[in-house]
Write a protein that binds this ligand. Sequence first.
Ligand code: CU
Length: 232
Amino acid sequence: MILIWTTILLLTMSSFCNGHGYLKEPPSRSSMWRYGFNTPTNYNDNQLFCGGFDVSKCGICGDRWDGSRDNEAGGIYATGIISRHYTEGQTMHVEVKLTKQHGGYFEFRICPNNNPSRRATQACLNRYLLRQPDGSTRYYPKGGSQTYSVQLMLPPGLTCTQCVIQWIWNTASNWGCEGGQCGRGFGHQEQFRGCADVLITSSGSHSNNNPAYPSNNRIRLYRMLTDQFHTS
Ligand SMILES: [Cu+2]
């Protein structure tokens, strides 16, 4: 009987667990309205958690996979409006606002989708797992409910008329096991996600005219360096 009531209490508590975080800079499709864009208002932009811990598959932008996926092409928040412009290979400044801290880590990916009316795929995003200047791909938010700043290096040679930047927050609020280790944060965790549409222009002549570093080879090199970190 105690077990049953404990279970009910835990289920109730988890359903009260609202809010949590969103991609603020570049502003996500659901958050652009907060930063001066004439886009649909989503007050629940900090709640794009794919439907919760129990789901096994996530929409790339945090929608329920089996739902209407409002944050992907065709959805109401995916207006196709580009929120930020960058130059190829630059270090970009990213901000994530957490409204409730759940530990874990962030990862960021980018996909040169070049067509706002077509859904980006996780396979495309996985080709470009973004790195911080120190080479690491995971950012651990160590603090409370606040805005976190992350520097990310854009891939050399990558330009696009529409790139999708994906933020994934793999939280650490649940107990699980992974690779023989068990504890809070191991194994399957609730994820929050966000997608932003950006544009990346060429840095100028030198990137294409240098025969020693043709951009395709640089992209290939970047992929080789990041391949080991790719997830499914
Ligand atoms: Cu929560």
